[in-house]
Design a protein. Structure first.
Lengths: 402, 63
């Protein structure tokens, strides 16, 4: 009798979040799995689970017993620096160390200090728009606008030259968009080398927290009287730089992509600017850029599926945000949605540290854009290129200013 | 109308402070501080409802 191939388990799928297919079709993939699985598994990266319901995503985000954040970004190799610290504290940290590493970072990212950065952000956006309008009517809202805004602001906060923006976007591409693509780069072109140089420079010329930037702040910080290790400082700057750029760039780009196709909603916002904060939250719900990852730290069951210790899990907050069990009319963009408990910035103890900054940047960037470019459309809908990996947003967004 | 605030559940999303600053402030780390003792002042019911309906952690609820 011939051997019979065992039929695959009902949750087996072939997704790869770093593929071009995922980049173009992620929302349809989430919707399909949510109806069919609803937790899917693929062999990518040695075994990756993908929950799609809000309740599963929220449960994982709140569960630090069965999951470790040491694998917050999926890569071909398992992380080298083990829990509870991880490579880039606090995002790669677990309790109890996580709370210590996070707490020292909260004050500079609280709403009131962030509010003080608003005038700089507004001037910066208007400068970019001067250029976009001067170059028009054809332009690229991602390349010429969205991608620059978070770079300028986080560079200002970290005291890094904004002219290194292209370098930062290169780090992001290698780490976030194409992990495991076998990048062959010289030692002096790595993120680690760049950041070590910046920290060494600061150490030669120490500044107080009042006079210094966020890197000085980390050098001055301590944990129970002990200064932070160089690895901790480097990892945290890496986090602030990486997490602060492509995420907000994606949210701004996706929002412009949306409004390019909805003249009626642009008009509603012009007629009633008080709706803008609700529209911003709806953009964050529907186009949430960030999918986090976890590593399973135990064998356990998730939605009826057998998760094994060491398996990767994707945590697609955008998929959770489109779950009809959690949101009324989940598949519609309602710019005046008044009940919106979206998880675009994550849920639980790892809530995005920079959420207040990101929200301010997105609000100001959209407000300036819609004011200065009231009428515009997609120049070539097929030419919009979405990013691969865990952060989702348009990387090329050709528009025509009308 | 009464509201309750659960500091343990709050993760500092700051939706309440944005939507209802008359009812919620934030501390230096960005966690919410409820400015009322539970009873929502007349005229602020709509804002209190917004704070409840937009807290991703269900930290604010009708009391």
């Amino acid at each position: 009798m011939a051997d019979v191939e065992p039929s695959p388990a009902p949750y087996e799928r072939d997704f790869d979040h770093t593929s071009a297919h995922w980049a173009q079709h992620a929302p349809e993939i989430w919707d399909e799995y949510r109806t069919a699985c609803p937790v899917a598994r693929s062999n990518a990266f040695g075994g990756t689970w993908l929950p799609t319901r809000h309740k599963d995503v929220a449960a994982i985000a709140h569960d630090t017993e069965n999951y470790t954040n040491s694998g917050a970004v999926i890569s071909p190799e398992r992380p080298e620096i083990p829990p509870p610290v991880g490579f880039a504290p606090p995002i790669t940290s677990d309790p109890p160390f996580h709370a210590i590493a996070r707490r020292m970072l909260l004050p500079p990212f609280a709403p009131k200090p962030v509010k003080a950065l608003e005038p700089f952000t507004r001037d910066y956006c208007n400068g970019l728009l001067d250029q976009l309008l001067a170059d028009g009517p054809a332009g690229d809202a991602a390349v010429g606008y969205a991608q620059h805004i978070p770079v300028a602001i986080i560079a200002k906060m970290l005291g890094l030259p904004e002219s290194d923006g292209e370098k930062f976007r290169g780090f992001i591409h290698r780490i976030m968009e194409a992990p495991g693509a076998g990048h062959d780069i010289a030692d002096d072109e790595t993120l680690e080398y760049y950041l070590d140089g910046q920290v060494a420079e600061r150490r030669l010329n120490p500044q107080s927290n009042e006079d210094g930037d966020l890197i000085d702040y980390l050098i001055n910080a301590d944990i129970e009287g002990m200064p932070l290790s160089d690895e901790h400082i480097r990892g945290t700057i890496a986090l602030l730089l990486i997490a602060g750029i492509d995420t907000t760039w994606s949210a701004i780009g996706a929002s412009i992509w949306h409004f390019a196709q909805h003249q009626d909603q642009r008009q509603i916002l012009r007629d009633d600017p008080s709706l803008l904060p609700f529209a911003v939250e709806e953009m964050l719900r529907f186009y949430a850029p960030v999918t986090m990852a976890r590593l399973a730290s135990t064998d356990h069951e998730l939605g009826g599926c057998p998760v094994k210790r060491g398996d990767w899990l994707l945590l697609p907050f955008p998929a959770a945000n489109r779950d009809p069990e959690a949101f009324e009319r989940a598949d519609e963009v309602l710019i005046d949605r008044k009940q919106n408990r979206h998880g675009a910035f994550g849920l639980g103890i790892h809530r995005c540290l920079g959420s207040n900054l990101a929200r301010m940047e997105l609000t100001v960037a959209l407000e300036c854009f819609l004011h200065r470019v009231p009428e515009f459309e997609l120049a070539n809908p097929e030419g919009v290129r979405w990013s691969t990996g865990q952060i989702r947003g348009p990387r090329e967004l050709p528009i025509r200013i009308l | 109308m009464k509201t309750t605030y659960n500091r343990e559940a709050c993760q500092g999303h700051n939706r309440c402070y944005m939507l209802a600053p008359e009812l919620f402030d934030v501390d230096d780390e960005g966690y919410a501080i409820m400015l009322i003792d539970g009873e929502v002042p007349a005229g602020l019911e709509e804002k209190a409802q917004l704070a409840i309906d937009n807290c991703p952690e269900y930290a604010i609820e009708l009391g």
